[in-house]
Design a binder for this molecule. Structure first.
Ligand SMILES: Cc1cc2nc3c(=O)[nH]c(=O)nc-3n(C[C@H](O)[C@H](O)[C@H](O)COP(=O)(O)OP(=O)(O)OC[C@H]3O[C@@H](n4cnc5c(N)ncnc54)[C@H](O)[C@@H]3O)c2cc1C
Length: 411
């Protein structure tokens, strides 16, 4: 057991940083906790930004993660930015000139939306979505718009497209790759998304790049795309991925490679410094690989696990990632990471907007996808965790209750 640290500094008051602070107190840690975040808000959840907040169905306050009383038990520096880590002295320097001394430091700095350059436009013409302020800016542009363009057919682009469509806007979506969500979705889901968005009236253009654009005198934009008539739109939003906020770590000489590199406990190349959430490229014990996940559940679980690790406790493993997305009336969930080494079995019919797909290797489920079948996914999580042997036939047969499979003997 390591000696309990006297002071813990957490840089980044988001999903991971917020949960780490909460967990430290929940675990009875009695030392000083300083949580600093450069946004003008307490920790909040980002998933509603492309969904309920953008649709005007939830207020920014509804996204806040914790009740105010959590902040009575720690030093919360709201709107404060960490600018430098002096590792020799265990000090974090802040933009305000403040210096914070730490025994343990957690970097939970997340990432920022990757900008897109289009010839003929300024950066400010292409709206990005990461913060509450970004969501408010897009919402207000959408309220005055009839037609919008989305650049990027990943999760955020598709969610924003669906929300815009629900508000009655005409939506053109341009994706460089030849499929949607190609980085994260298996082909079956990618094909389903193409069909879903097409059926819901989104004008989708795969393998397409906006070559150049022109700002018109009425504030609209004309977009030039190869071998097609130009598109005229009122607003442009891009969702093309995330850049990890790893500059502090890089400048401090920590090992950085697609985010801050950590071991399975979240420890960076400096044993006093930890990293969690979207910024952390962490070792996953089951696969023996480093992965940087960008998901709500991973940020929360890593925040909790790293808090425990900072106190010298052994955290629970968090190896099987889970992710969800809401688009139109489809609730999409993925557990595990489907890949080409697995065979896919489908239960239900994708065209009915209600189905599950199971990904098997060596006689057990390794990953699963569900669309409007959350209960299937809940059972799949347990079948994966317990390594229960299953066959493709019983998974595909809607007359075989999935729950019954949990009674089989694990491998
Ligand atoms: C629009 C949108 C929709 C999403 N939808 C889903 C979804 O449906 N499902 C899902 O699983 N995931 C979703 N996600 C992803 C999920 O929200 C993120 O994975 C999660 O927020 C990551 O948490 P984090 O704490 O690592 O980073 P963040 O939440 O980004 O928090 C990091 C914080 O650190 C601050 N910071 C950075 N540098 C400094 C510094 N030097 N000093 C002080 N503060 C600093 C940042 O400003 C930020 O406030 C969505 C994300 C977005 C943007």
């Amino acid at each position: 057991m390591i000696r309990e640290p006297k002071s813990i500094v957490i840089v980044g008051a988001g999903q991971a940083g917020g949960w780490a602070a909460k967990t430290l107190r929940a675990e009875g840690y009695g030392g000083t906790i300083t949580l600093l975040g450069d946004e003008p808000h307490p920790p909040y959840e980002r998933p509603p930004l492309s969904k309920a907040v953008l649709a005007g169905e939830a207020e920014p306050r509804n996204t806040y993660l914790f009740e105010d009383d959590l902040f009575d038990s720690l030093d919360f520096l709201c709107g404060e930015s960490a600018t430098r880590i002096q590792r020799q002295q265990n000090i974090v320097q802040c933009a305000s000139g403040r210096e914070l001394t730490y025994d343990r430091l957690l970097l939970a700095t997340g990432g920022r939306a990757r900008p897109v350059a289009v010839q003929g436009l300024d950066a400010a013409d292409i709206l990005l979505l990461r913060t509450l302020e970004d969501a408010a800016a897009i919402k207000s542009r959408f309220e005055a718009a009839a037609t919008v363009a989305l650049i990027g057919g990943g999760w955020i682009g598709l969610e924003v497209a669906a929300t815009a469509r629900k508000a009655g806007l005409e939506v053109h979506l341009f994706e460089l790759a030849d499929c949607l969500c190609g980085r994260a979705a298996p082909p079956l889901l990618s094909d389903y998304l193409l069909d879903l968005h097409t059926r819901r009236g989104i004008d989708l253009h795969l393998s397409t790049v906006i070559k150049s654009a022109e700002k018109l005198s009425d504030g609209r934009y004309r977009l030039m795309v190869d071998s097609q008539a130009p598109f005229e739109v009122d607003a442009i939003v891009a969702g093309v991925g995330l850049i990890p906020n790893d500059r502090l770590a890089r400048d401090a000489g920590l090992v950085v490679d697609n985010g801050i590199v950590t071991d399975a406990l979240g420890v960076t190349s400096d044993p006093a410094i930890f990293a969690a959430g979207d910024v952390a490229n962490s070792l996953r014990p089951a696969s023996g690989q480093r992965v940087r996940y960008e998901s709500w559940e991973n940020a929360q679980n890593q925040g909790i696990a790293v808090a425990k690790a900072m106190l010298g406790q052994a955290p629970e493993p968090y190896d099987t990632p889970w992710f969800w997305s809401d688009q139109h009336d489809a609730n999409i969930q993925i557990v595990g990471t489907p890949d080409q080494s697995m065979t896919c079995t489908v239960r239900g019919e994708p065209a009915s907007d209600s189905f599950s797909a199971f990904y098997l290797r060596d006689g057990s489920i390794r990953a699963a996808v569900s669309v409007n079948q959350p209960r299937d996914l809940t059972v799949a999580k347990r079948l994966i965790a317990q390594a229960i042997p299953v066959t493709a036939d019983e998974l595909a047969d809607p007359l075989v209750p999935l729950k019954k499979l949990l009674k089989k003997t694990p491998n």
